[in-house]
Design a protein around this ligand. Sequence first.
Ligand SMILES: CC(=O)SCCNC(=O)CCNC(=O)[C@H](O)C(C)(C)COP(=O)(O)OP(=O)(O)OC[C@H]1O[C@@H](n2cnc3c(N)ncnc32)[C@H](O)[C@@H]1OP(=O)(O)O
Length: 196
Amino acid sequence: MVADIALARGMTVAGFLDDRALEGQRVFDLPILGGPAWLEVCRSEVSVALGIGENRARCRIYKLCERLGVTLVTLIHPTATVAASAQLGAGVVVMAQAVINPDARVANGAIINSGAIVEHDCEIGAFAHLSPNATLGGNVRVGALTHLGLAASVLPGKAVGEETVVGAGAVVTSDVPSRVVVAGVPARIQRQREEP
Ligand SMILES: CC(=O)SCCNC(=O)CCNC(=O)[C@H](O)C(C)(C)COP(=O)(O)OP(=O)(O)OC[C@H]1O[C@@H](n2cnc3c(N)ncnc32)[C@H](O)[C@@H]1OP(=O)(O)O
């Protein structure tokens, strides 16, 4: 999906980095260049877009790029709507039909997936992931590394902590602490989240 956005934006995509695939394999007719070690050799020739859904893994690769001085690109699908006053950090990906409204702030490495809505003045932490059709009312805060499932909603002004998971379809009606899994309508804590 991330390569698709880059191509739609008229960028040249050299290929993919994947530590589980074999160098020389092709995906969507583009080559697998190698694993993250490839970056150490070719860091001055490329920029990197983050196409990893798992938040902690995406954070690790972001930090590797930062350490190597590799530029991280921020990608916005041509059909997404991003207000002029919204701020997006490095390595953010905004997918098709997503909406980010005025004065919202999206920190480094976050994913705003297809059709997700980030209302005015929201604050999204680094490496958070809003799944397709997740919806945030105005002034919502989402902590770093938190994952909102498909079509999850957060009522205006509420805060979700760091490294929390909000289940698909949940409706968050009160603040949610860090490192828990919540689900349901209204969202209730299901369990604590294990340490990485
Ligand atoms: C492009 C993309 O695909 S982006 C990725 C999007 N991914 C998502 O939206 C997934 C979000 N994850 C979820 O919703 C998960 O189901 C979680 C985190 C809520 C729970 O996951 P787990 O802890 O593994 O729970 P598990 O699947 O074992 O289910 C436990 C119970 O919760 C129920 N349950 C699972 N998910 C939900 C949910 N979203 N809402 C309500 N109940 C749920 C199950 O039915 C089960 O109930 P039971 O014990 O009565 O049988």
